[in-house]
Design a binder for this molecule. Structure first.
Ligand SMILES: [Zn+2]
Ligand SMILES: [Zn+2]
Length: 257
């Protein structure tokens, strides 16, 4: 008998923001087949914790960056610190960075400046870039086209329309698909998932936020990745194994893990 073993890659979690023992969180995810996960920094402090987790757990990798909410704090000194962190082993990407025109916790010009600084850092260190884009689609695409040519780009928690998805695919970007795809009202996202090639999609939870159905509104965790994969399999009419294999390949290719 051939035993088919499948595994998943969680491309975007914030382990430091999950209010439970990290040991337990990682263990339970691993038991569900989520054997590799990337924990994402949003400022210096959380980037340092991401690195600590990555050195402590075999399947955990770190991304270091300043979230658009924290963009106002990315001065020259903090940028130097961020660069030091980004050079460490087990750091697999710069991010999350980008633009958030919904909350605007930092001014738009601050966000733009921090975004460009981190694009430059990714280029300098030859690292992939994790982009957060909320209600800033046009500007995000414009900045990426002008400043990030040749970089590996992942638009995490993709929230654009089908036309934007097609532009992204043409440019070779990856789209992060998370719990939203399981929500009743996510008609637009499901249409994109149906249409777009799976080779450009990766799985993410963005935990502790955006838990998939039936845990919507509750704390999210990397162990729910298979629920997202199941939904994608259903939408595309393919097997769960195929979704796991192709998205895991894409994620490993993107992060080089
Ligand atoms: Zn984000
Ligand atoms: Zn995030």
């Amino acid at each position: 008998m051939i035993k088919v073993s499948i595994f998943f890659v969680e491309t975007h979690t914030h382990l430091d923001l999950i209010k439970r023992s990290t040991e337990e969180v990682v263990k339970e995810a691993t038991e569900k087949g989520v054997t590799k996960m990337v924990t994402i920094g949003i400022d210096l402090e959380s980037s340092k914790i991401a690195l600590e987790f990555a050195s402590r757990f075999a399947g955990v990798y770190a991304a270091v960056g300043f979230h658009p909410h924290e963009a106002k704090f990315l001065d020259e000194e903090n940028l130097k610190e961020l660069e030091k962190l980004a050079k460490k082993d087990r750091v697999v990407a710069v991010g999350e960075t980008g633009l958030d025109y919904y909350w605007k916790h930092s001014t738009l010009s601050c966000q733009m400046e921090a975004f460009k600084k981190q694009i430059n850092l990714a280029r300098k260190l030859n690292l992939p870039l994790i982009v957060h884009d909320r209600e800033a689609h046009q500007d995000a695409l414009k900045v990426l086209a002008e400043e990030a040519k040749g970089l590996k780009i992942l638009l995490h928690c993709f929230s654009g329309d089908l036309d934007m998805a097609k532009v992204c695919i043409e440019r070779g970007y990856y789209l992060g698909i998370g719990g939203v795809v399981t929500f009743n009202n996510a008609v637009k996202l499901r249409a994109i998932v149906k249409e777009v090639s799976l080779e450009n999609m990766v799985l993410e939870t963005d935990s502790p936020y955006l838990a998939p159905h039936p845990f919507r509104g509750k704390p999210n965790e990397p162990k729910y990745i298979p629920l997202i994969a199941e939904k994608i399999a259903e939408i595309k009419g393919i097997s769960l194994e195929k979704v796991a294999k192709i998205t895991s390949n894409a994620a490993q290719e993107f992060y080089g893990i």
